[in-house]
Structures are given as C-alpha cells and as structure tokens.
Ligand binder design. Structure first.
Ligand code: ZN
Length: 646
C-alpha cells in the first residue's frame, strides 16, 4: 500500500520512497476532484470546502518536507513532476465556476446570513479570496491566470534549486594553518570535520550559515573574507545557476497577475488581506522607521571607520564590528557558547513555556523519522512535533517550522553541530532561532480554532511573526536564561558580568541591524512596485537601493537578491511582504512590555496571551486580537527603545 495515500499521525517516514510520490499524488488528485464535486453539490459548501483537500494537503506537506530535509535526485525529480499539477489543482479551485456559484448561492441563504463569529469570517474571507483569485474574470482571463500560477510554481522552484546547488557547488579548502588566524577553535574544528567528511586534507569552508558567518566575523585574512563574501553574495548570480532571468520572469508574472485581478501591482494584491492592506502603507511604515534610524546609522558607520582606521569594504564590516564590540564591551559572543548546549536550551525552553503558557512537553520514542538526528516530542493535549537541528548536505539551509497536520508540526534548523565529542554548543543567536521556531510551532499546535482554514499560523503574513519573535525576548531576561543557560562542564550560570556585557552589546550597531532589515523590505517593495523589464537586470537595479542601507560600498556585480529565497523561492513567498518582519517586531516588542511589567514567568499574562493570540489563529481580525491582549493599538516606541534607538 502506498504510504502517502492515507493520513497517518505517525507519518511513516521510514517507508516513503520517491517512487511513491507520483502514483499517490495522481490518485489523491482524482479523489480531491471527486470531493470537489461533492462540495459543489453540498447544501453547506463552506464547511465541505474547509476539509476538501485534507489528504492531498497532507501528502504534499510530507513530500515537500522530505524534499527539504532528506532530498535525493529521485525525490526532487518526483516532487518536480507532481508540483505543477498540484499547483494547477489548487489555483483551479478558486477559479472553478461551479464552486464559485455554489458559494455565492450559499452566501445568499438565510443560514449563511445568520452565521456569526469564526464561520462568518470564514465566509467573508472565502468570498473575498475567490474574487482576489479571479473568480469574476472571463474565461480568457481565468485561463491566463492559471498559466501564470503554473509558470510561477516552476520558475520559483528552479530559483530555489539554483540557490541550493550554487551554495553546495562552492567550497574553499585551506591547507595552511596560518591562514586560519583569527578563527575561534570551534570554527576551526568544524572546518576540519567538514574536510574529513569529504576525505580532503586541511580545513574546508562552505557557504552554509555557520561556516560563512565564522569566516566573516573572525578570519583575519581580508582577501579570504573577500573571496567568501563575494561567493556568498553571488549565489544564484551566475551560470550554471543563474537566477537573474528567473527573477525578472517572476516579477513580470507577478505584476501581470496583479493587473489581471484589478490591482495596481503585486504589493497591493498580496497586502489586500494583510494588516498593512496597501503597498504604500508598508513603504510608509518602513520610511518612518528609516527616518528614526538614519542618524544613528551614519554615526555607527563613522565610528566603525574610525575604529578600523580606514574605509571599510563590505567583507570587513562584520570583522571590524566584532573587534570594535570587543574593544568597547570586552565581549566575545563565543564566550557564551559553553552556556548554550542544545539539549539544555531545549529543556529550558520547554520549562519556561511550561510556566508561562502551561504547556507540558515530553520526548517521544520509537516514532519513525527521516534522519537519525531527528527528535520527537509531544505537547500534552496539543499534539506532537519533530525537531531537526543540524545541517546536512541533503537538507536546505535556514530555519523553519512546518505543519503536517493540525496537531503535528516540525521545527528545523542548521545550527552548529556537535564536534570533538562535545555537545552542540550554540551561539546566542542560534538559541533565539530555536525559540523563534518554537513560537511558530506553538501558534500552530495551541490553536483552538474549529475552522481548519483559519487555524494556527494561517494568519496575515504581517502578523505571523508576532508569536515567533516575541519568544526571542525570553533569551534576554536574566530569570529565564537562568533556567537553561548553564556551562556544559561546570553547570555554572552565566556570570553576572558576562550577562551585563551581553545586554550592553545588544544595542551595539543596532541602527545597522535595523537598516539592513529595512533595506531588504525596501528593495522587496521596490522590486514589486517599481521594477519593470526595461529597467534591466533586477539584481543590478537593486544594488543602488540596497546601497542606501549598507555600511560599505557594494561592488558593481553585487547580486544579493539572486540568493534571496524569502522573496523568490515560491509563487508568493515573502514577495512584497518582507516589511512584515519589522512590522511584527513592532508588535512583539510592544506586546512583550506586558511580560516586562507583569513578570517574565507571569502565568496570568501568559494565559491571556495564549487565549487571545496563540489559540485564535485567524478567527478574528489580527488588529482586534492585538487590542484584546494589549488594550490598545501597537506602539513602535517599544521597538526603538529595545534597540537603544530612542
Ligand atoms: Zn519566523
């Protein structure tokens, strides 16, 4: 029996083979088609719609996940083979004439008019979504829209393959120990292990997160830093993995789609059902923060150049900033690593949110997984999850949460793996990443919304990072750190002096950090609102925009956006939505002021937060949810204060 055909809470990861994918998806498409006909004929098509594609959703989530964490050439081929038909099926739903008619007639019934609460919102959102997806277009318009969606799925898949492949295709093997000067022992050991794994002599560096960041932050030899920086910022920027024409294609398709649907541009289309509503409002929001950040940004850059004693290049910024941080604060982030062993961090995190949110997390054993490194857990009364934290060649980069079923999720990352028989010792940023993804996971698992389509993280994109980003605040409070940050050898807490330094260093170059994020948000909105084919190569066009937010002059061939998977790795992705990170930061900094006031372990504030935000999914307007928790609208002051910019 094909293991992808039936939903199984214990996903049989050990039994799923690449050759199962196509037959299962073909069969599930046939079944979904039948369910679609039943839905159309149903007296209550709204309720039927909510669960109509459950089996197909499940199979595709499992396959997509496996392709992300345990890919093989066969699996990738199978995934690519089914993806266009599945995408065509989904985008066909909102274009299905009979379904749209059934929905409209249902909306006109007394029963529909009497709906209240979540079901009422579901109906309104469904009708709006049909319209936004072209339900009112003529036949020709609908056909074109379908072509655009299929093309977008293909081009964006190719985009993300190019990033992965160009990342893996690059390596730097150093054979002279002297060239490693400046690197901390952990990075040297990791590079040694990476070389050994490949059967080569020396130290091997890659463009994967931990390796890249260690080189950029610590390696003394500027010419090596330059080489690595240039390779990193040219990922997907040159043949045979050239994403430049793909980005142009993606932007053109997205614009055509927006116009077809009656929107000025892609930003206005995707923001229609988000908190910001319009591209212009998002850009104004970024502009306001930029204005409040720029003065300090220029000061920081002048301070860095004064410190370095010369004009800095982009590959010098991280390096000198780290030296400057040491000089100013005598603080080396590496000093914190021994206090952050992955197992203790995870256990402490469960303990903290046990107190705050009342959850009980227990490790589960004997659950089938896709790799021996994966751990499995259950949250009492709220489902189960997988955690997969270390990088592998068959796994994509970054960190993320994904949902397989309403009560089943997973969190993945590419954290520093254990070396030399020591436990995995993390940077503080990596600890924040774990808390962040766990926040997304809780938003998914603690959801108590009865309508599947409005449950969990199915919220507006500029709201979805509130539950994740707020978690990072607990990585900065003495009380909560003391629950998990203990020296892996001695069991000691972080010394008071080190903690003070860490806090003070937090606002170090905060304006640069903020400008970097604002720059990504700006370039994203500019690409989706202003770029057009006659402006030429989008990567070259983006460079002067990003330059305004960069601490050093960017080289002519700078092509950061060709590796910008956030924007281009799927048909919509974070396209025109990158601003939402800052938007959500305003929300998270502001919302955390309640815990600052009522106590970081306050079960009362936690219960309120769980009830009014975490459990609610998209069952109410996010602005209303926020007001019900805070008693007022969000205030950007808390963000500026937290960053030391106000
Ligand atoms: Zn996130």
């Amino acid at each position: 029996m094909n293991p992808l055909l039936e939903i199984s809470f214990r996903v049989p990861f050990d039994k799923i083979r690449a050759e199962d994918v196509e037959p299962a998806v073909d069969e599930l498409l046939v079944r979904a088609q039948k369910r679609l006909e039943e839905t159309t004929a149903s007296k209550d098509p709204l309720l039927a719609l909510d669960t109509m594609t459950e089996n197909l959703d499940y199979a595709m989530a499992v396959v997509r996940h496996l392709e992300s964490v345990a890919t093989t050439p066969e699996l990738r081929a199978a995934y690519n083979a089914v993806q266009p038909k599945v995408s065509a099926f989904y985008s066909g739903l909102v274009l299905n004439e009979a379904l749209w008619k059934a929905m409209k007639s249902y909306a006109a019934t007394d029963e529909a008019k009497a709906l209240t609460g979540t079901m009422k919102r579901y109906l309104t959102k469904t009708i709006d979504s049909f319209k936004r997806h072209g339900a009112d277009l003529d036949l020709e318009g609908k056909a074109r829209l379908k072509e655009i969606d299929v093309a977008l799925a293909e081009v964006t898949t190719k985009f993300s393959e190019n990033v992965l492949d160009s990342t893996n295709a690059w390596e730097l093997v150093l054979t002279e120990e002297a060239k490693l000067a400046g690197l901390p022992p952990s990075a040297v050991a990791a590079a040694k292990a990476a070389a050994e794994a490949k059967g080569v002599e020396g130290w091997r560096f890659t463009l994967q997160g931990p390796s890249y960041l260690a080189v950029m932050t610590y390696l003394d030899d500027a010419s090596i830093r330059e080489q690595v920086w240039r390779a990193f910022n040219l990922r997907g920027g040159a043949e045979p993995f050239n994403n430049r024409p793909l980005i142009a294609k993606i932007l053109e398709l997205r614009r055509e789609k927006a116009r077809l649907l009656g929107f000025a541009d892609f930003a206005d289309l995707v923001l229609d059902d988000r908190m910001a509503h319009k591209g212009e409002r998002a850009q104004t929001f970024l502009g306001d923060l930029r204005e409040k950040t720029e003065k300090r940004f220029r000061e920081e850059n002048a301070e860095l150049e004064a410190f370095a004693g010369r004009a800095v290049e982009p590959w010098d910024v991280g390096y000198y900033a780290e030296k400057q941080r040491l000089a100013l604060y005598d603080f080396d982030e590496e000093e914190l690593r021994p206090y952050f062993s992955l197992d203790r961090v995870a256990a402490g995190m469960f303990e903290i949110f046990g107190r705050v949110l009342g959850i009980v997390v227990k490790e589960e054993h004997g659950v089938p997984v896709w790799d021996a490194q994966v751990k499995t857990y259950a949250i009492e009364d709220s489902g189960s999850f997988y955690a997969d934290w270390y990088p592998r060649e068959n796994k994509r980069g970054g960190a993320w949460m994904d949902a397989l079923l309403p009560k089943l999720g997973l969190i993945c990352g590419n954290l520093t793996p254990p070396v030399d028989g020591k436990p995995a010792l993390l940077t503080h940023r990596e600890v924040e990443t774990i808390f962040h993804e766990f926040g997304h996971l809780l938003h998914h698992l603690l959801s108590r919304v009865e309508v599947r389509s409005l449950a969990g993280t199915s919220v507006a994109w500029d709201f979805v990072e509130l539950p994740s980003q707020i978690m990072e605040n607990w990585c900065w409070e003495r009380e909560s750190l003391d629950l998990f940050a203990r020296h892996y050898k001695t069991g000691e807490l972080i010394p008071a002096e080190l903690f003070e330094k860490m806090k003070r260093a937090k606002t170090f170059r905060a304006a640069n950090g903020q400008m970097r994020q604002l720059g990504f948000g700006y370039v994203d909105l500019a690409l989706h609102r202003e770029w057009s084919a006659e402006k030429g190569d989008p990567a070259a066009w983006s460079r002067p925009i990003l330059q305004q937010f960069a601490a050093a002059p960017l080289p002519e061939n700078y092509a950061m956006i060709t590796g910008f998977t956030h924007l281009f790795a799927s048909p919509v992705a974070y396209g025109a939505g990158y601003y939402s990170y800052k938007w959500a930061e305003v929300l998270d900094a502001d919302a955390f002021t309640r815990f600052k006031r009522e106590g970081v372990f306050s079960a009362a504030a936690g219960q309120d937060y769980r009830e009014k935000i975490l459990s609610k999914g998209d069952s109410q307007d996010p602005a209303e949810l926020y007001r019900s928790f805070m008693g007022r609208d969000p205030d950007p002051r808390a963000l500026l204060e937290r960053a030391g910019l106000a």
